[in-house]
Design a protein around this ligand. Structure first.
Ligand code: HEM
Length: 519
C-alpha cells in the first residue's frame, strides 16, 4: 500500500499522535490528511436526470453492409463487431432511488466506431413528453420532488407532475405509455429501446434517408405488475442492476449473454410529407411514432452485453453520452427536441465531470486514433506534444493533422428558407390520435393496468381540478378509459373533454405569430 504520491505506507491503522498514544493528532500527518482529503472529495454531482443507472460493455455485430443507405462505419461490413458501452437508467429518481419506480427507462449506447464515437441516446418508450426542448426544464422540475417539501422522491404521483401533464396536451400520448406496463419493466434485458427522434442516414454519395432506431430484446418484452413493483422496490431496490450483473455473470459460464437486435425504420422525406396529410403526424415531432404497420422495422445487427464493468464509478458514473456525438453517415433532422438535446448533454457534462476534458476519461475516449489541438483546462491528460498547437503550422507533417474531405464529417447541405419565428409547427397539433391508437392496441388486461395506473397516480393528487383536467384529456383518448378512471377516482361529475381544437400558445400558426410580432 502506498499514498497517492507512491510512498509506501507502514501503518494504515493509526494517526500520528504527539506525546504518546493519547496525545493530540499532529497536523504533520500527511498520510492521514491525504486519505481524508481524498475521501472528502469523492462525490460529483449526480446527473440532473437519469441519475440512477447501470452499465455494461459489449459489442454491436452488423448483419450485412448498409452502404446503400449510410456511410456509418458500424454498418459498413457484414460481421463487423463494434465495441459498445450501454447504460440503462430511470429518469426522475435520484442516484439512490429504487429500480422499479414507474418511470421511463434510459437506453443509451456508445458505439466506439473506427470513425469516432457514435452515441444512440434513447429510451424504452418510442415517444416523448414534449415537442420542444425549451419545455424540458419545466417537465423535469415538475417530475422531480416538489421544491418546498422535497417529496415524493422517486415516483410521478404528485400534484406538480400531473398539473404540468394536464396543462400540456402534447404529453397525452406519453402519459398513456408511462401508465402502461412499459414503465415497470421486468428487467433491462426485457426492454425495447428507441432513438425516439427521426435521424438521417447519409450514404457516401450524400443521399439522405430518414431513420428511426429500434432495439428489440432477444428475450422478448416483459413487465411486472404494479403490485409486484411495489414489493420488489421494498425487498430489493437494486433488482434491475442485480439482474443485469447476474445475467452477464451467468453468461460467462453458458455463453448466453443479454442481447438486443437493432432495427431500422427507413423512409423518405416524401413519405414524411405525405404522412402529415394522410395521417396528421409529423416525423419531426417526438410525441409521435411511425406505426410499424406503415414502416416495418428491419433488423440490421445485434448488441451483446458480455462484460461487467471493472469499476462502477469509472465507467457507469463517468460515461458521458450525447446526441451530438455522431459519425460520418449519420446526421440530424430539425426535430426541435433533438436540437436542444444536442446542446444540453455537453453543457451538463462539462459541469458534472469537472471541465472540458472528460473525453480523456477512458470510457469516453474514442478507441480510434484522434488528433486535434485542444489543450489545457482542468484535468488535461493529453496535451499537444512539441511546439505545435495550431493549424496551419510549419513544423512538419507529424505536427499537421490533415483535414480529410473524403472521410471527414460533412453536414448534409439541407436547404432552409422562411422567417425566423418562435412558434410551434401546425403539423405538431394532433395530440390525441396516436394516444388512442396506443390504447386500443393493448390487450384488455393491459388496458385495465393503464386505467388502474391512472387511478393510482391521480388518487395521490390532492387538487381535484388537476384530476379532472387529466380525465378531460382521457376523454379525447378513449371514453371508456376516461369513465373508468373517473369512476375509480369517484369524481363528482365528469369534466367536458379537453378542447382539442383550441389554439394554445404553442398551436399558433406562423402567420398569427408574425402578426403578434408586428403589433
Ligand atoms: C440524460 C434520453 C430528452 C437532457 C439522458 C440519458 C438518456 C436520455 C438515456 C441518460 C444517459 C446516461 O445513461 O448517462 C433522452 C431521450 C430524450 C431526452 C430519449 C427525448 C427523446 C432530453 C432533453 C434534454 C435532455 C429534451 C434537454 C434539453 C438530458 C441531460 C441528461 C440526460 C442534461 C444528463 C446527462 C449527463 O449528465 O450525462 N437522456 N433524453 N434530455 N438528458 Fe435526456
Amino acid at each position: 500500500m502506498t499514498t497517492a504520491q507512491g510512498v509506501a505506507v507502514a501503518d494504515d491503522q493509526n494517526s500520528l499522535k504527539v506525546g504518546g498514544p493519547r496525545g493530540p493528532v499532529a497536523l504533520e500527518d500527511f498520510q492521514l490528511r491525504e486519505k481524508i482529503f481524498h475521501f472528502d472529495h469523492e462525490r460529483i454531482p449526480e446527473r440532473v436526470v437519469h441519475a440512477r443507472g447501470y452499465g455494461a460493455r459489449g459489442y454491436f455485430e452488423n448483419y450485412k453492409p448498409l452502404t446503400d443507405l449510410t456511410a456509418a462505419d458500424p454498418f459498413s461490413e457484414a460481421g463487423l463487431k463494434t465495441p459498445v458501452f450501454t447504460r440503462f437508467s430511470t429518469v426522475a429518481g435520484n442516484k439512490g432511488s429504487a429500480d422499479l419506480a414507474r418511470d421511463v427507462r434510459g437506453f443509451a449506447v456508445k458505439f466506439y466506431t473506427r470513425a469516432g464515437n457514435w452515441d444512440l441516446v434513447g429510451n424504452n418508450i418510442p415517444v416523448f413528453f414534449i415537442q420542444d426542448a425549451v419545455k424540458f426544464p419545466d417537465l423535469i422540475h415538475s417530475a422531480k420532488p416538489e421544491p418546498d417539501r422535497a417529496f415524493p422522491q422517486a415516483q410521478t404521483a404528485h400534484d406538480n407532475f400531473w398539473d404540468f401533464m394536464s396543462l400540456m396536451p402534447e404529453a397525452t400520448h406519453m402519459a398513456m405509455w408511462i401508465m402502461s406496463d412499459r414503465a415497470i419493466p421486468r428487467s433491462f434485458r426485457f426492454m425495447e429501446g428507441f432513438g425516439v427522434h427521426t435521424f438521417r442516414l447519409v450514404n457516401a454519395k450524400g443521399k439522405s434517408t430518414f431513420v428511426k432506431f429500434h432495439w428489440k430484446p432477444k428475450q422478448g418484452l416483459q413487465s411486472v405488475v404494479w403490485n409486484e413493483a411495489l414489493k420488489i422496490n421494498g425487498a430489493d431496490p437494486d433488482f434491475h442492476r442485480r439482474d443485469l450483473w447476474g445475467a452477464i455473470e451467468a453468461g460467462d459460464e453458458s455463453g448466453d449473454y443479454p442481447e438486443w437486435e437493432l432495427g431500422l425504420q427507413t423512409f423518405s422525406e416524401e413519405d414524411a410529407d405525405r404522412w402529415i396529410k394522410e395521417y396528421g403526424f409529423d416525423v419531426l415531432d417526438a410525441t409521435k411514432l411511425i406505426p410499424e404497420e406503415l414502416v416495418p422495422v428491419k433488423p440490421v445487427g445485434k448488441m451483446v452485453l458480455n462484460e461487467r464493468v471493472d469499476n462502477f464509478f469509472a465507467e457507469t458514473e463517468q460515461v458521458a453520452f450525447c446526441t451530438q456525438n455522431v459519425v460520418p453517415g449519420i446526421d440530424f433532422t430539425n426535430d426541435p427536441l433533438l436540437q436542444g438535446r444536442n446542446f444540453s448533454y455537453l453543457d451538463t457534462q462539462t459541469k458534472r465531470l469537472g471541465g472540458p476534458n472528460f473525453t480523456h476519461i477512458p470510457v469516453n475516449a474514442p478507441k480510434c486514433p484522434f488528433h486535434h489541438f485542444q489543450q489545457d483546462g482542468h484535468m488535461a491528460m493529453h496535451n499537444p506534444v512539441g511546439r505545435a498547437n495550431y493549424e496551419p503550422n510549419s513544423w512538419g507533417p507529424e505536427h499537421n493533422p490533415k483535414e480529410n474531405p473524403e472521410t471527414g464529417y460533412q453536414s448534409l447541405p439541407v436547404e432552409e428558407s422562411g422567417p425566423k419565428v418562435r412558434v410551434r409547427s401546425e403539423t405538431f397539433a394532433d395530440h390525441y390520435s396516436q394516444a388512442r391508437q396506443f390504447y386500443i392496441s393493448q390487450t384488455p388486461e393491459e388496458q385495465t393496468h393503464i386505467a388502474d395506473a391512472f387511478t393510482f397516480e391521480l388518487s395521490k393528487v390532492q387538487t381535484p381540478a388537476i384530476r379532472k383536467r387529466m380525465v378531460s384529456h382521457l376523454l379525447n383518448v378513449d371514453a371508456d378509459l376516461a369513465r373508468t378512471v373517473g369512476e375509480q377516482l369517484r369524481l363528482e361529475e365528469m369534466p367536458a373533454p379537453a378542447d382539442a381544437a383550441k389554439p394554445t400558445r404553442q398551436d399558433l400558426k406562423p402567420s398569427d405569430a408574425l402578426s403578434i410580432i408586428k403589433n
